[in-house]
Write a protein that binds this ligand. Structure first.
Ligand code: DGL
Length: 261
């Protein structure tokens, strides 16, 4: 049998469900010639309400499966899984580049003179040492309001990204933390929230700049693949396979809908 050229093998993009599609979208703009497998782990969502060890185990299992399927690289398009597992999985899967995500705290902290920055993330991300040490590097440059956004991922997994139900959820989550205060910047520290960007922008007002890590992650993926000689040089558009751990066929439909939004 003819061996497939390693550069033509797919990049695997993983998340707890619909969130990583927001990163996949940008990856396909930055690296259109690559082939992709998207694996949404909706059967285990939300990761952000789970115990760290459990998310670590799940992430390890998913990477093992995708590496078996021939992935040449893995993008963990999930801030939560990155914060708990990236170090260990990089150690374990040394022959595959693994690209993770982290909340875009740095550009937000630098966007104005001592800005007030709202950081929206999952409860698990906010609890981790990785996040605390990231924040501590910019603490003298900005005032941070860190908000664990309970319930937001669940709504996105149901396909709700705008409208009254979403607005009510944002109000419930954010009002106690903002307490009438205005913010200069918002960090979307969970890839699911990127799908809700318009509603969040409306809630915080047009003067706040909203940051997310999708483009940074796509560029980092390009850089890592180039460095390792793994970029797909073939011209033309690459292919995409969308998989989900849930047997519910509506989740594949929803994935395609969010990808084409
Ligand atoms: N989308 C994921 C993130 O970026 C996690 C969502 C969840 O399952 O809680 O953090």
């Amino acid at each position: 049998m003819e061996e497939i050229n390693i550069c033509e093998r797919p990049i695997a993009v993983i998340d707890s469900g619909m969130g990583g599609l927001s990163v996949l979208k940008v990856l396909r703009e930055v690296l259109p010639g690559e082939n992709y497998i998207y694996f949404g782990d909706s059967a285990n969502a939300p990761y952000g309400e789970k115990d760290g060890d459990e998310v670590k185990e799940i992430t390890d299992r998913n990477i093992a499966m995708l590496s078996e399927m021939g992935a040449k690289a893995v993008v963990i398009a999930c801030n939560t899984a990155t914060s708990v597992a990236v170090r260990e999985v990089r150690e374990k899967y040394k022959n595959i580049p693994i690209i993770g995500m982290e909340p875009a705290v740095k550009p937000a902290a630098m966007c104005a003179k001592h800005p007030t920055v709202l950081v929206m993330a999952t409860p698990l991300t906010l609890m981790r040492e990785k996040f605390r040490s990231l924040i501590s590097r910019y603490e003298d440059k900005a005032d941070f309001i860190n908000v664990p956004c309970h319930g937001l991922v669940e709504l996105v997994e149901k396909g709700v990204v705008e409208g009254e139900e979403m607005d009510n959820c944002l109000e419930q989550i954010l009002t106690p933390y903002l307490n009438g205060r205005s913010v200069d910047a918002v960090v979307l520290g969970c890839t699911h929230y990127i799908h809700v960007k318009d509603s969040i922008q409306r809630f915080v007002g047009a003067n706040a700049t909203v940051f997310d890590g999708a483009l940074g992650t796509a560029r980092e993926t390009e850089r890592r693949l180039a460095e390792m000689g793994l970029l797909n040089q073939s011209h033309g558009k690459g292919n995409l396979t969308v998989l989900n751990s849930s047997p519910d066929p509506r989740l594949i439909e929803l994935s395609n809908k969010l990808l084409n939004k």
